[in-house]
Design a protein around this ligand. Sequence first.
Ligand code: FAD
Length: 436
Amino acid sequence: MSDSKRVLIVGGVAGGASCAARLRRLDEKAAIVVFERGPYVSFATCGLPYYVGEVIQDEAKLLVATPESFRARFNIEVRTHSEVVRIDRAEGEIEVRDLGSGRVYREPYDALVLAPGAEPIRPPLPGIDLPGVFTLRTIPDSRRIRDWMVEKQARRAVVAGGGFIGLEMAENLSRRGLGVTIVEMADQLLPPLDPEMAELVRQRLVAHRVGVELGGAVAAFEQTGEGLVVRTANGRALPADIVILALGVRPESELAQAAGLDLGARGGIRVDERMRTSDPRIWAVGDAVETRDLVTGEWGVVPLAGPANRQGRIAANAICGRPGGFRGVQATAVCGVFGLTVAMTGASEKMLRRIGWTNYQAVYVHPGHHVGYYPGAQPIHLKLVFRASDGRILGAQAVGEEGVERRIDVISMAIQKQGTVFDLEEAELCYTAAHN
Ligand SMILES: Cc1cc2nc3c(=O)[nH]c(=O)nc-3n(C[C@H](O)[C@H](O)[C@H](O)COP(=O)(O)OP(=O)(O)OC[C@H]3O[C@@H](n4cnc5c(N)ncnc54)[C@H](O)[C@@H]3O)c2cc1C
């Protein structure tokens, strides 16, 4: 990149911050400016449920970096409370609103990176804007939830949505002493998993006195003298002092759309494998983009931190003329619930059925997390899905107390290298009595 290059980045958390840091590593002279609407950059979104649960007690620990540390370490300028409101592609400029003063100004770019993320879904249901109904995305969101719980001396919570964030919130609210009920529209928790694997998670929640209401979406929220009531589509009425909406996220692609950039069918920004949008001077990364599934080739929006960070670095490479592209997303994910770990990578059987694949087989194994003769071995319930014709691994899911994510990480790498079940037979992994 030449001295005069000016790279502007919209959004300063996972994808935006990774992109900025990588750009600086590749080019010492470029002018790099990050615009962030909120008060913080580079914060640990994944830690927010644990801040609500007071496992993380010091809010400052959630800040991985600050505008000052970006300036001091990387010579990157970060402008917080700065919302990018328009992209003028013809001029190669953006319009920024300073949320403090209200002033709108323009900034020119040579390369623009969009990393605006995804926002929590808030369906237009009766009562959804009532006080006490929260979503969780930012540090101020988690602060509001914590304050409300203390102020209202909350005893009962309803978590709407039984995905990864919903489960983490249920555990953390329960940790704070609240009676929690999860309401999930599907007839299983963790919809990306196959139902028989998700059932193990349901059992663990129930054993810890978390209510699990499946097969009925939240339909309305009412304020009564006794607090809130959550009504579900299948006729349940659940009292609550606090409601957390964890109904999934929607790509924040309005800015891109208004600028005429191509979007995909799921509303995410369409990019090529170099994370370039339909405008050759604009890149996009993270939760806001659509990517292809590595196994099935299907387009999708997969809101996970790992892919966002990786895509940020790939966009930086591309801007600096370095080779390399995004290979596709595997949706490798892990979550802890009351001592149980649940993890997955690649395609589930459910997903393969949905897209009409039939050339696959599934196997279940239940090994101990270490050898049986060493005390304390805990079972891991593992399901592996592979192509019937040649043994190519398509996906895996596992649930257990210990060592679960290690298995899934190994299989995740095998999938990326297009490995087969026969490669797993030959894998040479760490082994001793207490770890295998
Ligand atoms: C509670 C919670 C827990 C999670 N836990 C995990 C986990 O355990 N593991 C995992 O892999 N993933 C987890 N995720 C998902 C992960 O946080 C996201 O996938 C990741 O943060 C996406 O990064 P991003 O950069 O695309 O978007 P974000 O991190 O959302 O950052 C986008 C930023 O852009 C800013 N922005 C948007 N529009 C503009 C604009 N016009 N102008 C200026 N700024 C703008 C936003 O304010 C936001 O701060 C979790 C998410 C949440 C909410």
